[in-house]
Design a protein around this ligand. Structure first.
Ligand code: GTP
Length: 355
């Protein structure tokens, strides 16, 4: 017996560029620590201690930070894909590191409140070959729709269906019987969602759904990344690894906020970052060393390492890379992105069309 955990972290995180130019998505600071720290703490608290990371893009960064895992109360191993093998290929590729009969597998960018012990218990009590954590969303069209029958067995996998027949979606966390992993072809790219799961169903495998409607968010897009971080800070998303008390803002060591500034909505102010007089920062993430000058307004935005936001600038739903300089009175709106080291001149206005 025994359970291993596998976290897939090999993706390039293209939707989160330019943030993912300097760090892979699962290592981006989220509520003050690399995102994976929250997930690893939840896995540890569920009693699973052996964690294997399936890496590819910027593979070294993970081992440099987490090492052998002992500082985090777990044992960590790393497997590198020279060429990205996709989600299914990434699972197959770590097979020789697995020790137990049951494997808990995570997409490395999902923030969730699911009770992992309950997910494992469903797998155990149903005797399924694979159990999928399913969540419910208002609009399932952008996700993998996974209907189940009256007994909870999965009946179909409908990826990004324009007319979904169920509001249940694949939440990106699975339990596999160890033996099932060996049935995934090795040495080539495989998508677990598009190839492995439909193939298993056709072959008569028993796939159970574990529906859980507590907190769930895929942090793949900038708007979800920033909202997920704010939800962690405010305690809406549970994490044993939050580096401070739950509240309306998280200030890391050395952060400076002028008493006349308003910092709220789950904002994180990074180490040595500063917020000037009269500035408003709401539901945002300021990476370490970022500066928001007097009178600026920053809402639902991510500000990169060492970036400066000039006096009176207005940023809404913006993503600004590292060491950029946003001039006075600049407006960055509706998903505008600024690449690292770019200087945006005083008074400029940019929208998402400037991507
Ligand atoms: P986008 O490029 O923005 O779509 O992001 P992504 O590359 O992270 O892709 P996606 O969000 O679909 O990936 C879901 C999870 O699987 C993430 O945690 C990725 O790190 C991981 N992942 C995606 N592709 C691979 C791969 O080829 N190998 C491994 N090991 N993990 C992968």
């Amino acid at each position: 017996m025994g359970t291993d955990a596998v976290i897939l972290v090999g993706g390039m995180g293209t939707r989160l560029r330019p943030l993912t130019l300097s760090a892979p998505k699962p290592m981006l600071p989220t509520a003050g620590v690399p995102f994976l720290t929250h997930l690893i703490a939840r896995i540890r608290d569920a009693g699973v201690r052996h964690i294997v990371l399936g890496t590819s893009y910027q593979a070294d960064v993970f081992a440099s930070y987490f090492g052998d895992g002992s500082d985090f109360g777990v044992e960590m191993e790393y497997v590198v894909e020279a060429e990205p093998l996709g989600t299914g290929g990434g699972i197959r590729n770590v097979a020789d590191r697995l020790r137990g009969d049951t494997v808990l597998i995570f997409n490395g960018d999902v923030l969730s409140g699911v009770d992992l012990r309950a997910l494992l218990a469903t797998h155990d009590s149903t005797g399924a070959d694979v159990t999928l954590y399913l969540t419910k969303v208002a609009d399932p069209r952008a996700f993998g729709c996974v209907p189940t029958d009256a007994d909870g067995w999965v009946t179909a996998f409908l990826e990004k269906d324009p007319h979904p027949i169920s509001d249940q979606i694949n939440a990106g966390t699975y339990v596999f019987d160890r033996a099932v992993i060996d049935s995934i072809p090795s040495g080539r790219a495989v998508s677990v969602e598009r190839e492995t799961f439909p193939g298993l169903l056709r072959a008569g495998a028993r796939i159970a759904g574990h529906v859980d409607a507590t907190y769930w968010r895929d942090l793949g897009r900038p708007s979800d990344f920033v909202a997920g971080s704010a939800d962690l800070v405010q305690g809406f998303a549970p994490s044993p690894a939050l580096p401070g008390p739950v509240g309306s803002a998280l200030l890391l060591p050395g952060a400076e906020v002028d008493p006349s500034a308003v910092v709220s909505g789950g904002t994180t102010v990074g180490a040595r970052a500063s917020v000037g007089a009269g500035a408003v920062v709401e539901g945002s993430v300021l990476f370490d060393g970022a500066t928001v000058r007097a009178g600026a307004v920053v809402r639902r935005s991510v500000i990169g390492f060492g970036t400066v936001v000039g006096e009176g600038a207005v940023l809404e739903d913006a993503v600004v890379g590292d060491r950029a300089h946003i001039g006075r009175g600049v407006e960055l709106l509706a998903g505008a992105r600024v690449w690292p080291d770019v200087v945006v001149p005083d008074g400029a206005i940019r929208f998402s069309s400037d991507l």
